[in-house]
Design a protein around this ligand. Structure first.
Ligand code: DON
Length: 585
């Protein structure tokens, strides 16, 4: 593979050998494995959280244990992004069993939700109003996910996993620059109710001023919540006094929600198979299934790129590689937008969308730079009933409060977990020392388009579509090769795909792939991050090729990547946030 810089990429010698199957089933005998000698690594959005994960690994815990400890700390020190009041998708690779399992702790609509969940006075609320409403709060899945993953595969004692976070909450943590900056942002303060709601105002704006950098913030309520969960498990959260506080905060105005104690008591984690696809190079990409669009989108983008990139071993105009990435995204986003929703409630043609025959045909449909991006029809291509007409056009708009954790433990097991409360500071409602999500705004606020139902419309006990793409990559021999993921609303898909293309196709290191300019090609305007090296050149190249380009600054990806090399583990942490990737020593 040839290493190149800037926009350019390595030429790939394509091999067509299929990779061995990886499944969630434990009926296949695991392949014999050599001893794991590469150590462990934790990559996440805060050094305090990474240190908590390393502490658990050092004490003999595995990747699942470490993920819980890391995330419990993030919920305290990075409260704008995720926490106990939100949800997550956790993708787990068990090396001894050779299995990949997805724990879906996505927030769920209350049983009383209707397609008109966000209607007021006969029409859909605007997005920001919906975001701050009680109706946006989904039943949180995070604590149930911790328990379900720990019951399935954890090794450490449950109660000890919360010790680092409880310690920090009791002793106080130093407010980071990013948290302080976010709290002080006039734009954010203008849009959300964090400084108006008395509970959140007292915590984040003591004396009316945003918490400054370095301020030592204690959170005794959070310590009490975690201590109760450590002692009594999820029952301490989904029932009893804490559950009552969650319901009360949800029901407060404006536009109080209808979540009940029964909704909380009924919350269930879904344990699912990952969406996996094998590239022509033999790499296998496994990521989150519906209700996330991550697995479908990552596999579509990488599969389409295989067909759209310039022929291997030719010296092509370097812009053509960028064009291939952009066109692959446009095709995949159009399909993702149209087809993906909660597959427990609507039909989602997952297998068809990543079927190699559809991918090959879809690549030929690449839109001219000025043409509107429209969904394809896998039904027609694969000789089945047409599928495109099933749903109205997806009307969702981009949003922005999420975090990603990548871990490999000392036995070679891996976790990719992306966790969210949806918008920065979620719904600006707090109970038990944590913020409540506003995830239900990931549904389409308008349930029909041109008289047709939209797949991702709200519904009772339904989970809103996600873009979260916690992803594991396996090499041709079936060995773990890469762990990646990011926050970023529906730009997550583009951010994560950038690291896959960067490492698998362009010969970049983990850190180099994270540092590449973000290029987001959803719809007809290509967003290009121009305030990082290579970004302005990429924007100019795409303009020359005829695309409509929007120059973007202040991009908010939060990629955390681990690549398994012959020499050991290679980490990458996004300089756009405050994370680190550290090996266990
Ligand atoms: O599940 C999703 O796709 C979104 N709720 C994620 C939101 C997000 O990443 C905001 N990030 N910065």
């Amino acid at each position: 593979m040839r290493q190149v810089t800037g926009l350019t990429l390595a030429l790939l010698i394509v091999s067509c050998a299929p990779a061995p199957a990886i499944s969630t089933s434990e009926t296949q005998p695991p392949r014999p494995k050599a001893e794991w000698t590469k150590g462990g690594m934790v990559a996440a959005a805060s050094p305090l959280a990474v240190e908590a994960g390393l502490e658990i690994l050092r004490e003999g815990g595995n990747a699942i244990d470490a993920a819980i400890a890391v995330h419990a700390v993030l919920g305290l020190v990075e409260p704008e992004s995720s926490g106990l009041g939100g949800g997550a998708f956790l993708v787990y690779y068990d090396r001894a069993k050779d299995t990949v399992t997805v724990f879906d702790g996505r927030e769920t609509a209350p049983a009383s939700a209707t397609p008109e969940l966000f209607f007021k006075d006969g029409k859909a609320m605007d997005f920001v109003t919906a975001w701050q409403s009680g109706r946006s709060v989904g039943v949180p899945g995070q604590i149930a996910l911790y328990k379900s993953a720990h019951d399935a595969a954890g090794r450490s004692d449950w109660a000890t996993l919360f010790d680092p976070a409880i310690r920090l909450a009791e002793e106080g943590f130093a407010v980071s620059p990013k948290l302080a900056e976010t709290l002080a942002s006039p734009r954010l303060r203008g849009a959300i109710r964090l400084d108006e709601n008395p509970v959140t105002a007292a915590y984040f704006y003591p004396e009316g001023e945003p918490l400054p950098v370095g301020f030592v913030r204690k959170n005794p309520d959070y310590a009490a919540t975690l201590s109760a969960v450590a002692r009594n498990g999820p029952a301490a959260f989904y029932a009893g006094p804490l559950a009552a506080k969650i319901i009360a905060a949800t029901q407060e105005g404006p536009d109080g929600g209808a979540m009940t104690l029964t909704d909380l008591a009924n919350y269930k984690v879904a344990i699912r198979a990952p969406v996996c696809g094998t590239l022509q190079s033999g790499y296998k990409i496994c990521s989150a299934p519906p209700p996330s669009s991550g697995g479908v989108a990552q596999n579509m983008i990488m599969g389409l790129y295989d067909y759209l990139k310039p022929a291997a071993q030719t010296e092509a105009d370097e812009r053509q590689y960028l064009k291939a990435f952009v066109d692959a995204q446009r095709l995949a986003y159009a399909d993702r937008d149209h087809y993906v929703a909660d597959a427990d409630h609507v039909t989602v043609p997952v297998a068809e969308l990543i079927d190699p025959a559809y991918i090959k045909a879809r690549a030929l449909e690449a839109f001219a730079p000025g043409a509107k991006a429209v969904p394809g029809d896998p039904g027609v291509v694969l000789g089945k009933a047409p599928m495109r007409g099933m749903w109205g056009e997806d009307p969702t708009t981009p949003g922005s409060g999420t975090t990603h954790i990548s871990i490999i433990d000392r036995d070679g097991n891996a976790v990719a977990m992306t966790a969210t409360i949806e918008a920065a500071f979620g719904s600006s409602r707090m109970a038990g020392g944590f913020l409540l999500n506003n995830e239900l705004t990931d549904f389409s606020l308008t349930p029909t388009k041109n008289g047709k139902p939209v797949a991702n419309a709200p519904g009772p006990n339904k989970r809103p579509r996600s873009s979260m793409s916690p992803t594991l990559v396996f090499d041709e021999a079936g060995d773990l090769f890469m762990v990646t993921g990011s926050p970023g609303g529906n730009s997550i898909i583009a951010y994560v795909a950038k690291t896959l293309i960067g490492v698998l196709e362009w010969g970049k290191t983990a850190q180099e792939s994270v540092a590449l300019a973000n290029v987001i090609a959803r719809g007809n305007t290509i967003g290009v991050e121009v305030d990082v090296p290579g970004g302005a050149e990429a924007a100019a190249a795409l303009r020359e090729l005829g695309y409509t380009v929007e120059d973007r600054t202040g991009e908010n990806s939060g990629l955390h990547v681990i690549v398994v090399r012959d020499t050991g583990l290679e980490g990458g942490a996004d300089p756009r946030r405050e994370g680190v990737a550290l090996p266990i020593r």
